[in-house]
Design a protein around this ligand. Structure first.
Ligand code: PEP
Ligand code: MG
Length: 752
């Protein structure tokens, strides 16, 4: 930078000038005078953005004073408009030769040849343009452009702080008070009314101008070092919080954090007189402005990663906590985040947690699994949500529909409060029958079990009054871990599960990984059709050590108890036989070593692959029980991907085809006297559950929240009458018999 006074001195003098008590125009006049003098420029002008999207000349040194508040340029017109439109500097030794040069006679600028202008950015948005001009064809150096950019940033902050311009914050504040309605996708059902807690608290930089450059450089380098090590640590330690897709984000973050150019640009910004925090913001402002111009959605998405990284660095610099989990939470906290790992959600105080809103996230994401296990409403794919809310904003999450209301109006609050009260009344009714038997009007006992997979699921067993755990998905614990759980860890987990279940039976399913259930620490196999690919029992038989460790852990944990275990995705008898042989071998090993064993071991298989049904006569004599996995079974029956919203609901579960198939399974199991249950989502919906009872099932397993509604249905049903009614349905040509079943329920007063 030219001139006798360095940029730091100028920044300090600017701060003093802006702090003066004089009238705002006089302060701006002083500012342009100081900048012109410091940059050895004949002209210095400030243009500020107007609500009309025009740039108005607010102050000038060198141009005609009469043009102030008269000259206005549309964004995109003239060089000033060009700088604003592209949010990037222009450095021209011959400005008039530029195709966008637009001559404004009232300014008298025709005598100035060179021009250097930079956008005045706040939060990545253009708030104005700062320009210097010289009579000669001067070539401004890169350092001078940098210096002017720094000045523009400080100017933006000072001007906003002293209310000289309507700040972006004010515009944002105005927007922030507006109600906001968003539609995302449902990750976990339920309704929650509460207040926003930003998972990653925002840092507001207030100290911009450095006292000592050396100290600031040192602070910056130290913080970057800490940042890099913390990311490395998250990726390498056994910290459970960063599994799954979150890991990929972290890997990208690490790559950006290690980019030398990034640190270099920030150190250069410090050299111009900024504090370390302001330097981070300054560089991020530039990056944001550059990325906003990108039309490539992939690159624009990366902006989030870079914003996150800058925020993390700011938190290292300012000591603001990395997550809000450790801070004080409101009683009705609704966590808002771009994304998070499952254990990060578990870090929050469960008693205060009401809901979760993510900008990313899909129903299969592990954090969604945990949200469902915690029983909190959750929504994913809520566009730009972290930027659109403030801590403490009122918010309503409708996890059933995927709708979100931020700062809702009074009538929306009332409507949802009523909904929530209605639900609470229903919950109270379910609670009241928690210990009542699950028996139909005509005396048939129906066993109702819950599906579980995480420790947080376990209290639901008691709360729901279920008979036991019909499906314990062991892979969930593996999915939220960042490394393969050791055999000892597995023994502990399975032991805890059985202990908390007490006398109630637990059916453990061996690892069902692959397909949509990937382990973060396992190499992802690229497969064209993962649902039909290398998954579940197929992996277990190809990698028997994994299954062996798990079986050993289960046998050890179940010492003195009854162990029920089953295998997922078995497609033929020989697969079951091989898996069972492995269990028998482990049991024999315990005998050999004289070790304690479970009181009993029942081994069964899931029926999820239609081909297995055609081998029932060969299979059933060899198994202790069968459990129908209707989620997979039905998707394979109809060749209709359960995870693809376009086709997932194309075929009705209550179609004669599906019901007929299930009926045949019931009949063949009855013939062989093999216990049968069903543990897919189908069992959790009262109408579907009613149909399952009507076709002969007496044991079903579902999500804990479904136990109450399904028990209500059971206790209001005469099942032998329904069985007779359904006889006619199996042969109907219709795509669905849903209406007929609903009509029956309505007519008979079955609580659906
Ligand atoms: C099923 O397929 O129905 C089942 C219970 O298994 P999962 O949903 O875990 O695949
Ligand atoms: Mg399945």
């Amino acid at each position: 930078m030219s001139g006798t006074t360095g940029p730091r001195v100028l920044l300090r003098r600017l701060r003093e000038a802006m702090a003066e008590k004089s009238e705002s125009q006089a302060r701006l006049d002083e500012v342009v005078h100081l900048i012109a003098q410091n940059m050895v420029a004949e002209v210095c002008s400030i243009y500020l953005m107007q609500p009309s999207d025009e740039l108005e000349l607010y102050a000038t040194e060198g141009l005609k004073p009469s043009a102030v508040h008269k000259t206005r340029l549309k964004v995109g017109t003239g060089l000033v408009g060009d700088i604003a439109a592209h949010a990037r500097p222009l450095n021209l030794s011959d400005a008039q030769a530029h195709p966008n040069f637009a001559f404004r006679p009232e300014t008298g600028e025709e005598i100035y040849k060179s021009l250097m202008g930079v956008p005045i950015l706040r939060s990545g948005r253009v708030a104005g343009v700062l320009v210097v001009q010289n009579r000669t064809m001067r070539h401004y150096s890169e350092e001078e452009v940098e210096a002017l950019e720094t000045i523009a940033m400080v100017l933006a902050e000072l001007a906003a702080a002293s209310d000289l311009i309507s700040s972006d914050d004010e515009t944002a504040d105005a927007a922030a008070q507006q109600p906001l309605y968003l539609e995302g996708t449902s990750l976990s059902g339920g309704i929650a009314l509460g207040h926003v807690v930003l998972h990653e608290p925002r840092v507001h930089v207030t100290r911009l101008i450095a006292e000592d450059e050396a100290i600031e450089s040192e602070r910056l380098e130290k913080a970057v070092y800490e940042l890099r090590s913390s990311i490395d640590k998250m990726l390498t330690t056994s910290d459970l919080s960063h599994a799954g897709e979150h890991r990929e984000v972290l890997q990208a973050t690490r790559m950006f954090a290690n980019d030398r150019g990034w640190l270099k640009r920030m150190l250069e910004a410090v050299k111009t007189g900024l504090t370390a925090e302001a330097a981070v913001e300054r560089v991020q402002n530039d990056t944001r402005a550059r990325m906003m111009r990108q039309t490539d959605p992939y690159l624009r998405d990366r902006l989030h990663d870079l914003d996150d990284l800058a925020n993390r660095l700011l938190r290292h610099l300012t000591g603001v906590a990395l997550s809000s989990a450790s801070g004080a939470l409101p009683e009705d906290a609704i966590i808002v985040a771009r994304n998070m790992g499952p254990a990060e959600l578990l870090d929050y105080d469960k008693d205060r947690l009401r809901g979760l809103v993510l900008e990313e996230g899909s129903a299969n994401a592990h954090v969604a699994i945990v949200a469902r296990a915690l029983g909190i409403a959750a929504i994913g794919r809520a566009n730009d949500i972290p930027e659109r809310v403030e801590d403490g904003d009122a918010i309503i999450v409708d996890g059933d529909t995927g709708e979100l209301y931020v700062r809702p109006s009074q009538d929306i609050v009332e409507a949802y409060s009523e909904k929530a009260r209605f639900r609470a009344r229903r919950q109270a009714q379910y609670k009241a029958i928690r210990h009542e038997p699950s028996v139909t009007l005509d005396g048939a006992k129906v066993e109702l079990n819950v599906n579980a997979g995480l420790m947080v699921d376990l209290p639901h067993l008691e709360e729901s009054g279920a008979d036991g755990i019909g499906l314990f998905r062991t892979e969930l614990q593996f999915m939220i871990a960042s490394k393969l759980p050791s055999q000892r860890e597995q023994v502990e987990l399975y032991g805890d599960v059985m202990k908390s279940a007490g006398d109630r039976p637990v059916v453990f399913r061996t690892l069902d990984i692959g397909g949509d259930k990937m382990l973060p620490y396992m190499q992802k196999a690229e497969e064209e059709n993962p649902a039909l690919g290398w998954r579940a029992i197929r992996i277990a038989l190809d990698r028997p050590a994994l299954l062996r460790h798990q079986v050993r852990a289960l046998l050890t944990a179940a010492v003195g108890r009854d162990l029920h275990l089953m295998f997922p995705m078995v497609a033929e008898v020989s697969e079951y036989e091989r898996a069972r042989a492995l269990v028998d071998k482990e049991l024999a090993r315990l005998d050999q070593h004289g070790r304690d064993k479970p009181r009993s071991v029942a081994v069964g298989t899931m029926l999820e692959v239609p081909a297995l049904f055609w081998q029932m006569d060969a299979l059933l004599p060899k198994v202790d029980f069968i459990s129908i996995g209707s989620n997979d079974l039905i998707q394979f029956l109809f060749a209709s991907d359960r995870g693809n919203p376009r086709v997932a609901h194309r075929y009705d579960l209550l179609s004669p085809g599906a019901l007929n198939f299930l009926r045949q399974v019931v009949l063949v199991c009855a013939r062989h006297k093999v216990p049968l249950s069903l543990c897919g989502e189908m069992a959790g919906s009262p109408l579907e559950a009613m149909a399952l009872l009507g076709l002969g099932l007496r044991k079903i397993s579902m999500s804990p929240a479904a136990i109450g509604p399904v028990k209500m249905m059971v206790r209001s049903l005469n099942v032998s009458e329904l069985e007779a009614f359904m006889e006619d349905l199996y042969t109907r040509p219709d795509a669905s018999v849903r209406e007929a079943l609903q009509g029956y329920a309505d007519a008979q007063g079955v609580a659906i």
